[in-house]
Write a protein that binds this ligand. Structure first.
Ligand SMILES: Cc1ncc(COP(=O)(O)O)c(C=O)c1O
Length: 431
């Protein structure tokens, strides 16, 4: 059937190709994945743990735990310093982790990947180096009302030092970025946009690609807080064309105390160092110091060696499962849980954006979030309650706090059912 685009049995070739692609991607086996997480077999208050707080910090698979243990058991020495075999081996594994992160984010070069303690440190680094070098009184930085305090306070500190002005993009009732308002805020004084890709408090996925494009049309650089994005979807910093991107390892099933700042090399080259110390220098005399090249210029002192190697193992882990499979699984859980929660009397979901990550924030008319959290905890169910380090967003919705259930790759509909049963118990006690 040459030229018709049909195979002999009449299936269009394009359809066949897509079917084969689907067949190559095995369905996500959540029960199998759960086996990788030893902590999910533990009990809380004598009940099986139902962990619904992955947005705060995700649990660790055995592959990550073993990678970290292996460093300390068999391959540990300081990096970039020793001429002996063990140090050289550790240095190679540490630098391979940088390469792993580069490929994970699809950055152009390894030197664009800076290891930091976490997203918080990454944002502070940009505020204190890029901000202090290039921004001055009257210059404007655009944030959104969705931001985590980590993407607010560093800019306020910069404001107090330099006199820059912070402008805030509002969200609508659903918790979606008001793009028109954002466009109006962009002006000739705007020097930087710093925005989250996904809200940790209410799950909104922001139109970050459009946010970046609109800023770039006016020559304004953009920092993206990708903390809540990297565990749930594929991120490509070249496709996004963002200028800076930050995330934390511990939310990506990796160790805590390690995170990443990606920056375009041209920006990082132009920025002064953040901290001074060992490993970031070319030469030091009492008169003067020449700083080392990227990325080391921004990595003063002994880094979190095992953390970086553990992060690399976490990346291997999520990539082996497949980020698109993880996303599909979590999205179906989000929809299931949203439907089930919506039937609960007096429950208000805060954040109903059309594009949402697997985060469900809610209030109950009958009980304060902390009371909900305490009662659920008694049944082994771990949720987060409070302002989620996003007080301006809580103010926007007129609530002091919410209860938040966040789903990771290991959560199941059974976990969502346990949450719903727990909330009925809350209603019985407070109703
Ligand atoms: C969106 C977002 N940004 C920044 C942070 C800060 O991350 P870390 O405390 O790991 O530095 C978090 C943590 O909850 C977050 O969710």
């Amino acid at each position: 059937m040459a030229g018709t685009g049909l195979a002999d049995w009449g299936t269009p070739m394009t359809q066949l190709a897509s079917t084969m692609k689907t067949l190559q991607t095995p369905p996500f086996d959540v029960l199998r994945a759960r086996e990788d997480f030893p902590i999910l077999k533990t009990m809380a208050h004598g009940k099986p743990l139902v962990f619904l707080d992955s947005a705060a910090s995700a649990q660790k698979p055995r592959q990550v735990i073993e990678a970290v243990a292996h460093v300390y058991e068999a391959e540990y020495a300081n990096v970039h310093r020793g001429v002996y075999e063990l140090s050289e081996k550790t240095t190679a594994t540490f630098e391979n982790s940088r390469e792993k992160v580069r490929a994970f984010l699809n950055a152009r070069e390894n030197r664009e990947i800076i290891f930091v303690r976490g997203a918080t440190e990454g944002i502070n680094l940009v505020a204190q180096t890029y901000g202090r070098r290039f921004l001055k009184e009257g210059d404007e930085i655009i944030l959104s009302v969705l931001e985590h305090h980590s993407n607010i306070v560093p800019w306020q500190m910069l404001r107090d030092m330099t006199g820059v002005v912070l402008r805030v993009v509002p969200v609508n009732e659903a918790g979606e970025i008001e793009v028109e308002a954002y466009e109006k805020l962009l002006n000739t004084r705007t020097r930087l946009v710093a925005m989250t890709q996904i809200s940790n408090a209410i799950g909104t996925i922001t139109p970050i690609q459009k946010i970046i494009r609109l800023a770039h049309e006016k020559g304004i650089p953009v920092l993206v807080d990708g903390c809540q994005a990297v565990p749930h979807q594929k991120v490509d910093v070249q496709a996004l064309d963002c200028d800076f991107y930050v995330f934390s390892g511990h939310k990506l099933y990796g160790p805590s105390g390690i995170g990443v700042l990606y920056g375009k090399a041209e920006h990082l080259e132009a920025m002064p160092p953040y901290q001074g110390g060992g490993d970031m220098i070319r030469s030091v005399t009492f008169e003067k110091t020449d700083y080392g090249p990227l990325p080391h210029k921004f990595e003063a002192g002994t880094p979190h060696i095992a953390g970086a190697i553990g992060l690399s193992a976490a990346i291997d882990y999520v990539e082996a499962l497949g980020l698109s499979a993880i996303k599909a699984h979590e999205q179906s859980l989000l929809h299931y849980a949203t439907e089930r929660l919506s039937t609960i009397e007096g429950l208000r979901i805060i954040g109903t954006a059309a594009e949402k990550s697997s985060i469900l924030s809610f209030t109950l008319a009958a009980a304060h979030p902390h009371d909900m959290g305490t009662i659920l905890d008694g049944d082994g169910i771990a949720i987060r309650t409070g302002h989620h380090c996003a007080q301006p967003l809580m103010d926007r919705f007129g609530v002091p706090a919410t209860a938040r259930a966040s789903f990771g790759l290991y959560n199941t509909t059974k976990d969502a059912d346990a949450l719903v049963a727990g909330l009925h118990k809350v209603l019985e006690m407070f109703g």
